[in-house]
Design a protein around this ligand. Structure first.
Ligand SMILES: [Zn+2]
Length: 98
């Protein structure tokens, strides 16, 4: 069972939210950030704290490689599905008009 998460409070008084990073440097790493960090008031506090422990450079390279492989497989799968869809449509049209 996971430990309950203690959410820190930003300097602006708002409870921080748990978010996920999608940056290349820190893929899928979770961090605490202010809910409204885009506004001028909250930008001044720049509240930020990692939730997940930082990865070693080696672990980061391995994770990035795996993510690239997953994305490549997903693109190939979508291309195959599109190809089969086009073939199906062409077959249906040919059956109707022949
Ligand atoms: Zn804030």
């Amino acid at each position: 069972m996971e430990e309950p998460v203690e959410f820190p409070v930003c300097g602006c008084g708002i409870l921080a939210q748990l978010k996920t990073s999608w940056s290349i440097d820190n893929p899928r790493m979770r961090f605490f950030g202010c809910k409204d960090h885009g506004s001028l008031l909250h930008r001044a506090y720049r509240f930020f704290s990692w939730f997940d422990p930082l990865m070693t450079p080696h672990a980061r390279v391995v994770l990035l490689g795996l993510l690239k492989r997953i994305n490549k497989n997903e693109v190939q799968r979508r291309k195959k599905r599109l190809c089969w869809f086009i073939i199906s449509v062409v077959c249906i049209v040919m059956i109707w008009f022949v």
